[in-house]
Write a protein that binds this ligand. Sequence first.
Ligand code: PRP
Ligand code: URA
Length: 222
Amino acid sequence: MLAHHGTLGETMSSGRVTVVDHPLVQHKLTLMRDKERSTQGFRRLLNEIGMLLAYEVTRDLPLEPVEIETPIGGMVGRQIQGKKLVLAPILRAGVGFLDGMLSLLPSARVAHVGLYRDPETLEAVEYYFKAPSDLADRTVLVLDPMLATANSAVAALDRLKARGAVDLRFVCLLAAPEGLARLAAAHPDVPVWTAAIDSHLNDHGYIVPGLGDAGDRMYGTR
Ligand code: PRP
Ligand code: URA
């Protein structure tokens, strides 16, 4: 069942999947879906939505007390507990979220996960991986605008867990119901934040209505 709680706008959460329904996110997402949107516009909007999603995905991070001195006197403030977060974009399209997220989380570490989807089999093929060595001690936000079959997301999470990560969250822009089901089956411990859940996948594994190929639209490589 979807529960509602007020946030920046309205956010719907099923416990494992949170749909960030804030008006700014939805407005910008609609602009991005438009096939006439320029490469520059698409990239800028993805960056802006990344910032808004960073706000939502971090809203329940634990805080700890910290003693500070203001110019007027002492007080106990609150700060985010533990080590700095890790942002783990799945290349290429996940990089589109990175700058926006880093503008809110400037001290975050970055893990790059290079994967492409084989166009015939739709299996994820790894071509690059570089991550901080202490993943086990950090919250890891895995970033990819598109959750389609979830082959890429599952492969990235498998890889990050094999390197020690235990506290993971997945952030995307669009999710297909098929991808959400597969991700829940493969990694039931990983909660998901998305701006929308679309209708279904087409015969080529593209999200319908979706926005097309996110990487190609970001980088103008069609
Ligand atoms: C796209 C997208 C995801 C993946 C989603 O990447 O950015 O990583 O497909 O599909 P899936 O859920 O079925 O795995 P793509 O392989 O096209 O690479 P790119 O980002 O380099 O364009
Ligand atoms: N990858 C994309 O970029 N778009 C889709 O719709 C599916 C996978």
